[in-house]
Design a protein around this ligand. Structure first.
Ligand SMILES: [Fe+2]
Length: 404
């Protein structure tokens, strides 16, 4: 076994020897003992074995400079189970069979991590919750929490250090903070000169933040450092459940919500962000759901005037479903609680509270989905977390096979 075979990335793969190799130019067909197989085009193998830069692990050959597929002259199983390739100029290259296996199993596609989404309703009760005492230095805690956040769209840490600097420390352990007109790390607390409805004691209807952006922030994090007010409970609703309910029970309103567009505009004194979109945006195939649901910044209908009545009627139904107690969970923030949620999927809101009767201080920030997923992939590249994830996925697949 040659564990030093270069792969076109920085992951560590188990050595899964090839069971068979067939070559029908320009395609090499490799297979494993468990019955899986993979078709590999000669030029794809060239790019990912001959042409890998050993430092960046990226392909180095411009497509215009690639050889003809006939440049691959032989493909065989090496004694240790690797794929041995012979090229017309006499060179040989080797493909790692564990890496090829990961491609055959679809582990390279973007959706493999974060994995499937779990749709939830009020029966969830509490967000998936993890002990946050050691999250700053324990990768297993970070892995478990981020993993649940990606699946459920929400997950909570309890028992973190309840001060105003913890969130920033944790955020940079995940990825770059995405700034906004609220700054990088922002504070949510009742203020006399509020720059947002969030910074009052008012009830906040179920919403998603910053629909005024072409791509609204992916994940939002809220860390409670102080909460002595009565009321002010946090409310969360899974947008996937809302969309499913609308599609099933209110098809006309669902059609209006997915097609009729609005102009969203930020109204800060020193900013002017604008975007147009429907309330429910499914986007292109394989792109995530984006809900644009924040009435304080919904500026104007961008549709024929004859459609506006229908658009408002649909908004009314959207709001009713988004606040339906059968779908929503309601939880009080305790100092040390840190909740992360998918801002484009999960609607969040807040009960009103009396800002004169105590303090409610949350620190907040955004981190884009790309960066959360990237962190999770890196955590799962090697070591126990990666092995655990692979074992869990294998167990799920076994369960599915048994069920079908
Ligand atoms: Fe918000």
């Amino acid at each position: 076994m040659d564990a030093d075979v270069l792969t076109p990335d920085f992951a560590t793969y188990p050595w899964i020897p090839l069971d068979r190799v067939g070559f029908a130019p320009p395609t090499v067909v490799v297979g494993w003992a468990d019955g899986t197989s993979l078709d590999c085009h000669a030029l794809w193998l060239y790019e990912n074995t001959v042409a890998i830069d050993p430092v960046t692990r990226e392909a180095t050959v411009d497509p215009g400079d690639l050889p003809a597929a006939e440049f691959l002259t032989s493909a065989e199983r090496r004694a240790d189970g690797a794929l041995l390739l012979g090229w017309a100029d006499g060179r040989e290259s080797v493909a790692h069979p564990g890496w090829l296996s990961s491609i055959a199993r679809g582990e390279h596609v973007p959706s493999f991590v974060p994995g499937p989404q779990e749709v939830w309703t009020s029966q969830l009760g509490e967000p998936p919750t993890f002990d946050g005492t050691h999250v700053l230095d324990d990768d297993d805690v970070l892995d478990a929490w981020l993993g649940a956040m990606c699946s459920f769209g929400i997950a909570r840490l309890r028992g973190t250090r309840a001060d105003r600097t913890l969130l920033e420390e944790l955020a940079y352990r995940i990825g770059p903070v995405r700034g906004s007109n609220f700054g990088g790390i922002f504070t949510v607390e009742a203020k006399l000169d509020a720059d947002s409805t969030a910074n009052t004691g008012l009830n906040l209807g179920q919403h998603t933040d910053l629909p005024t952006r072409e791509t609204p922030p992916g994940f939002q994090f809220l860390h409670c450092v102080e909460n002595t007010v009565a009321g002010g409970a946090s409310r969360m609703t899974d947008g996937l459940a809302v969309v499913a309910e609308l599609a099933a029970s209110h098809p006309d309103e669902y059609a209006a919500l997915t097609t009729l567009q609005w102009v969203f505009a930020n109204r800060a004194k020193d900013g002017d962000h604008r975007w147009i979109g429907p309330i429910i945006n499914h986007g292109a195939p394989s792109s995530p759901l984006t809900l644009r649901a924040f009435y304080p910044v919904r500026l104007a209908p961008h549709m024929p005037s004859g459609e506006v009545e229908r658009a408002y009627a649909a908004l009314r139904v959207f709001s009713r479903v988004a606040h339906d107690p059968r779908l929503m969970i309601r939880n009080r923030f305790e100092p040390g609680d840190l909740v992360g949620f998918d801002n484009r999927r999960v609607l969040h809101g807040r009960d009103e509270f009396d800002s004169g009767g105590g303090h409610r201080v949350l620190m907040g920030c955004y981190i884009d989905r790309d960066d959360v997923f990237s962190r999770l992939r890196v955590l799962r590249r090697t070591g126990e977390a990666g092995d655990r994830h692979r074992r869990a996925k294998a167990a799920d697949e076994t369960k599915e096979e048994q069920a079908t």
